[in-house]
Every structure is written in structure tokens, then in C-alpha cells.
Design a protein around this ligand. Sequence first.
Ligand code: 4NP
Length: 149
Amino acid sequence: MKILMVCLGNICRSPLAEGVMRHLVEEQGLDWQIASAGTGDWHINEPADKRSIAIAKKHGYDISKQRARHFNADHFESFDKILVMDQQNQKDVLRQAEVVHHREKVMLFLPDELEVADPYFDDKLFEPVFLQIEARCREIIEEIRKESL
Ligand code: 4NP
């Protein structure tokens, strides 16, 4: 299973989803590939936002070595699932999908049309966003494991 986590800047939300998911799948002995990317190109090659690195560290995850990447259409072939943090990310990714098979790989990270709030301009959001991402990563692993039974 190859999963790409996508947000806008690839420095706050999707690096958390990448790091937490990679940690959890490794813990469970799953040979999955996890990565993240941003629909915007402002932060390419930068580490995650200091606040994301700090909240991850507080909860036992090290995301300090990850570097931001820009989403591109090649990712539709290199990943099985493309999980987007909000509806704007979903629109920006789907705009680049040319075939149904690629569109079908794109899903909101949260269920029921919910979005992961962008914490970039609000320090207080990092803790709830982290907790939401961690809980959802655990659920996604269970859902995919059931799908592949
Ligand atoms: P992210 O948050 O999409 O969760 O990484 C943002 C980070 C940077 C910017 C916007 C959102 N920005 O405008 O630079």
C-alpha cells in the first residue's frame, strides 16, 4: 500500500499525517510506503513547521527529517491512495487528474466530508489537529487492513 498525504503547504498538516502514519505502520510491521506533498510550492525542501515538529515530538513522533514536496500528476501513478486534508486540496488535486482511475484514488483524510482545519495561522489548533490526525491514522490502517482481507 502506498499512501500520499496532501495539504496546502506540506509543512503543517500532511507532514504530521505522514510521520504518524509511517510510525504506526512500522509499529504494526506493515510494509507500506507513506509520503506527503503540498498543492502549493512555497515550501519545497523545507522542514515541517516548528509547531508541527514540536507537537509531534510531544506525542512521541519524530517528523524533523521530513522535507516538503510539491504535489504533481505523477503522484497519481506512484500512489494507491491520495488523502487530502480539506476540500480545497481535493479540488486542486482533482483538477490535475485526467482519468477516472486517478480521480478514484483521491479521498478526504477524514470521513463524512469533514476537513482537517489549517492550523498555520492559529497556534492553538496544532494540538487538536495532531490528535485528530493520530486517531484517524489508526482508523485508516484498520480500514485498509479489512479491505485487503
Ligand atoms: P498546511 O498549512 O497546508 O497544513 O501545510 C499551511 C502552511 C503554509 C501555508 C498555508 C497553509 N502558506 O500559505 O504558506
